[in-house]
Write a protein that binds this ligand. Structure first.
Ligand SMILES: Nc1nc2c(c(=O)[nH]1)N[C@H]1C(S)=C(S)[C@@H](COP(=O)(O)OP(=O)(O)OC[C@H]3O[C@@H](n4cnc5c(=O)[nH]c(N)nc54)[C@H](O)[C@@H]3O)O[C@H]1N2
Ligand SMILES: Nc1nc2c(c(=O)[nH]1)N[C@H]1C(S)=C(S)[C@@H](COP(=O)(O)OP(=O)(O)OC[C@H]3O[C@@H](n4cnc5c(=O)[nH]c(N)nc54)[C@H](O)[C@@H]3O)O[C@H]1N2
Ligand code: SF4
Ligand SMILES: [Mo]
Length: 691
């Protein structure tokens, strides 16, 4: 493929998106000129999003990094000089050798996330390198940790309803997920269900694109979802809409739960959530009377102080009704557990000289960089843009600006983060590499082989870390392994029966290979919880000092049951979810995508706007004790009063502070030590008033 200058070649979308679409790359004169969906992909079936249809613009962006660079200006300023790969590698390895000698290997911290979902790129050679080095470990908890911990506390594994089955559901409840933007193929499946009469209900803090599409949109106050879920349970038990036989056979703790939910009356739940009592009654009734209700649990509602418990509470609902027994019924949060590969063989934790090395939570990177005891002396950032995406961004920026911190960034672009690096290394796009992809939604494994030559002197993650491993003198065999050898080992995972029969040769022949889903036939009998049942009651949580039964716990910062209102220093809750045309902060530098999003805006309710003398289109400043965010106001009634929303993770712009994370806290969630971006309070003023 790589040597052919014309033709259409298969590919995989590498972005951190549940759909993991099959793609076709159309080549002319050796360049990708068009990206379309692969109609042969059984789930994504040729449909792709607008972001990736324009992917060639990102691949051939005039600002793509093509050579290694060394910083010549101040940190953050963005002035660099070109150096050779030899110079870059020898500078990094000599700095690392002296840091290890003087401060120990834990003074070096890798910081990465899933800018490229290729298993070899982010859970492969990179991990081998940092293990062999003995670097500090990174807890990768910025995305879905709270929700996954909440879900697994009930169901035991990251896996639920199979997407294609949801066409058989008669009620589809989208809870805290903006799937029109973030999981478009689930929308296509829901549309099929709708044609058969299914009702689509969306529960969110603002009427986003998905709320607009729903049959019924239910707005609520941020961080109050657990109260709603437990309130629904109150009504389900009260009106005998539960399935006693199912609860007896498959669940643990339903009798205790029946008692526990007594206090969550519709009146009480309404006072917390802001949802009228009649709507709570109606929702529970529609859910309880459905034949096969399916709940899609999004990521939005778990980016809160109480996010783990919110997801846990919702995950219990189908355990009460027994919708799990019906085709398309049940729930899902993440389906990543079905395709878990052999991480020991891929990542080689056995190479680590110090198995007890410390772990640093990526949500606390600002704090970690300020530590004076056992300080972090060097950061290696790849597949992530923390200066934009990490919470409490001003603190993060201060850490990155430290003169004594040796920072390396590997990326395709000079991101806001790369501007703080001492050495910047050019990364390939995934279309230039070999890699293997699972999906955290559908059940197909896919292979990517290089379609175009590497641009400039860019290198893939695998090449880079294999080069570094060899330059450091680590085990030659481990760091000289080829991509294909690594894939063979990754797919050989006896611990995961779903991966049976998925092989490299199968992938080479078919591009996408379905997991062996026969074990799913006995899903309810093989739940890996301690009791083997759906744990409505969790002894493990009780041991950890948390409520063992689904419960509403108010946020530490934010809506606390009564609208905060006037007189409070920061009376508004600030929600900053992703937007439609970017993928986190990826594409925020691509003109076509920028044009589609125009500029960051703050959605504010007419009542809140009027109280502050803010009119539609005014420049406003949004602030709290952590920082300042400057955007244009959009006055709209898409939220309940008291909540303001700004979608999208924008890079900073000359003269305008437009990183939402300047306002977000770096606290950790109740379960899973996850990020709590949305548990944030702010005040808003017209910019002219501030000056
Ligand atoms: N187009 C696009 N697609 C993407 C991404 C992107 O940036 N752009 N990002 C990808 C990634 S990494 C992820 S994790 C997923 C995320 O995608 P989703 O799972 O859709 O999650 P979010 O978009 O973070 O949030 C979804 C909704 O939750 C709402 N929300 C916030 N707080 C609450 C609350 O307390 N209760 C309720 N009920 N709702 C609340 C937000 O307003 C938002 O509308 O999407 C992936 N796909
Ligand atoms: N306020 C607020 N903050 C959030 C969120 C939110 O909803 N609100 N969402 C959070 C969530 S859910 C997530 S997942 C995180 C995502 O945060 P990140 O994981 O940082 O995601 P991106 O911003 O897309 O940055 C990915 C970077 O990886 C680079 N990259 C892509 N491919 C490769 C490669 O092969 N090699 C290398 N070396 N680099 C590559 C891209 O160019 C890009 O700069 O953000 C979190 N931050
Ligand atoms: S971003 Fe998501 S929807 Fe768009 S092409 Fe990639 S996997 Fe498909
Ligand atoms: Mo994410």
């Amino acid at each position: 493929m790589i040597h052919e200058t014309e033709g259409v070649f298969p590919a995989v979308c590498p972005l951190d998106c549940p759909d993991t679409c099959g793609l076709l790359l159309h080549k002319k004169e050796g360049k990708i000129v068009k990206v379309t969906g692969d109609p042969d992909h059984p789930v994504t079936q040729g449909a792709i999003c607008n972001k990736v249809r324009n992917m060639a613009e990102r691949v051939y962006h005039p600002e793509r990094l093509l050579y290694p660079l060394r910083r010549t200006g101040a940190k953050g300023e963005g002035r660099f000089e070109r150096i050779s790969w030899d110079e870059a590698i020898s500078e990094i390895t000599s700095r690392y050798r002296s840091l290890v000698e003087e401060f120990g290997p834990e003074s070096i911290l890798p910081y990465s996330f899933y800018g490229n979902m290729g298993v070899l790129s982010v859970d492969g050679m990179d991990r081998r390198f940092f293990h062999a080095l003995g670097a500090s470990k990174l807890k990768q908890s910025i995305c879905n940790s709270a929700g996954n911990a909440g879900w697994t506390s009930v169901m035991g594994m990251n896996g639920g309803t199979i997407p294609e089955e949801t066409v058989h559901a008669d009620v589809i409840l989208v809870w805290g997920g903006n799937i029109v933007s973030t999981n478009m193929h689930q929308v296509i499946l829901a549309e099929k269900a709708r044609k058969n009469g299914a009702q689509v209900i969306v529960i969110d803090v603002h009427r986003n694109q998905t709320g607009q599409w729903a049959d019924w949109f239910i707005p609520l106050h941020p961080g109050t979802d657990a109260a709603l879920a437990v309130g629904m349970m109150h009504i389900l038990f009260r009106d005998n809409l539960v399935n006693e036989m199912f609860m007896e056979q498959y669940t643990l703790g339903y009798k205790e739960l029946r008692e526990h939910v007594q206090t969550y009356t519709p009146a009480y739940v309404s006072s917390i959530t802001g949802i009228p009592e009649s709507d709570i009654e109606k929702l529970a009734s529609v859910y309880g009377r459905a034949k096969a209700a399916y709940i899609h649990i999004g990521n939005g509602l778990q980016h809160h102080d109480n996010g783990g418990m919110a997801v846990r509470s919702i995950a219990c609902l189908p355990g009460l009704t027994g919708h799990w027994l019906q085709r398309g019924g049940g729930a899902s949060k993440s389906n990543g557990g079905y395709n878990s590969m052999n991480s020991e063989a891929l990542e080689r934790p056995d190479l680590r000289p110090n198995p007890d090395a410390r772990t640093i939570n990526m949500n606390r990177i600002g704090e970690a960089l300020a530590m004076t005891d056992k300080p972090v002396k060097s950061l290696f950032v790849y597949c992530s843009n923390p200066v934009v995406v990490a919470p409490d961004a001003e603190r993060v920026k201060a850490g990155f600006a430290r003169e004594d911190l040796f920072t390396v960034v590997h990326d395709l672009f000079m991101t806001d983060t790369a501007k703080y690096a001492d050495i910047v290394l050019p990364a390939t796009s995934s279309f230039e590499n070999t890699d293997v992809f699972g999906s955290y939604w559908h059940q197909y494994i896919q292979l990517q082989e290089p379609v175009i030559e590497k641009l400039g002197e860019s290198k893939s993650n695998v090449e880079l870390f294999s080069l570094l491993g060899q330059a450091m003198g680590f085990d030659q065999a481990v760091f000289a392994e080829t991509e294909e050898e690594m894939i063979v080992k990754a797919l050989d995972n006896p611990a995961n029966p779903y991966l049976n029969g998925v092989t490299l040769s199968g992938l080479k022949e078919h591009r996408h290979v379905k997991l062996d889903m026969t074990p799913f036939e006995t899903y309810l009998d093989r739940l890996p919880t301690s009791s083997g049942r759906i744990e409505l009651y969790s002894a493990k949580l009780a041991e950890g000092g948390l409520p063992p039964l689904p419960s509403y716990v108010p946020l530490k910062e934010g809506y606390d049951g009564v609208r905060r209102g006037r007189g409070h220093k920061y009376p508004l809750m600030f929600i900053s979810p992703p937007n439609h045309n970017f993928l986190n902060s990826t594409f925020a530098n691509v003109p076509k995508h920028q044009k589609l999003e125009k500029e960051p805006v703050l959605q504010i309710h007419p009542e809140d706007a009027a109280e502050r003398g803010v009119a539609d289109g005014d420049e406003v400043t949004v602030y709290n004790d952590r920082g300042v965010f400057e955007v244009k106001a959009k006055v709209t009634d898409k939220m309940l009063p008291g909540t303001v929303v700004s979608q999208g993770l924008w890079w900073d712009r000359e003269g305008r502070r437009q990183r939402a994370n300047a306002l977000t806290p770096d606290r950790l969630s109740d379960l899973g030590e996850g990020a709590v971006f949305f548990s944030t309070v702010v005040e808003v003023k017209r910019l002219s008033v501030m000056k």
